[in-house]
Design a protein. Structure first.
Length: 185
């Protein structure tokens, strides 16, 4: 029995020793609301196929550091959602898409809520091409040419993983950081 207690006591001493070792100790850090977290999508998203309410993956593009401690690691996963999406249409109408970032994992595994700031984008408007097609169609085809503009399609919006965004922490949270930042300053 006494040998078992010594082993437990030894492991306890080892735990105290490890937690006192610099660089191995965790540190509670306050991540302020409004702090920037650089993110990108994990896969492409297009206004031609996206649907409102659809969720998508995001990843931290670089570490988020507070007072020298990593609170969101580079590569940390998170989620976003499509708020609205409209595919490009006839008559040169461009596609549009609005997305929002929901949350990202902190260094301690907690979900850090991101501000519900919508980001919108629209595709290339081709209404000028549509009007030109209408005029040219009328000249070449007579009255039937008035409908030529229906065959000019606008451009859809596509967001690929190479596009970086700034997401913002929704409100102040505490994160248990386990690593100090050692990258470029």
């Amino acid at each position: 029995m006494h040998a078992g207690l010594r082993i437990v006591a030894s492991f306890g001493a080892l735990g105290v020793l490890l937690s006192a070792t610099p660089g191995l100790a965790a540190h509670t850090v306050t991540l302020p609301g409004g702090a920037v977290v650089a993110v990108h999508l994990t896969s492409s998203l297009s206004s031609s196929t996206a649907k409102a309410g659809q969720t998508f993956g995001i990843v931290a593009s670089r570490p988020t550091v507070v007072n020298g401690w990593v609170v969101v690691a580079q590569g940390a996963a998170g989620k976003g959602k499509v708020v609205a999406a409209t595919p490009a249409g006839k008559s040169g109408r461009q596609g549009s898409m609005t997305i929002a970032f929901l949350w990202i994992y902190g260094a301690d595994g907690s979900k850090i809520p991101l501000a519900a700031i919508n980001r919108s984008n629209t595709g290339k408007n081709k209404t000028g091409s549509s009007n030109a097609a209408n005029i040219a169609g009328t000249i070449l085809l007579g009255p039937v040419g008035l409908f030529a503009h229906n065959f000019v399609k606008g451009k859809d919006v596509t967001i690929d993983p190479s596009h970086a965004f700034s997401a913002y922490v929704d409100h102040t949270v505490s994160v248990t950081a386990k690593a100090q930042y050692s990258g470029p300053r």
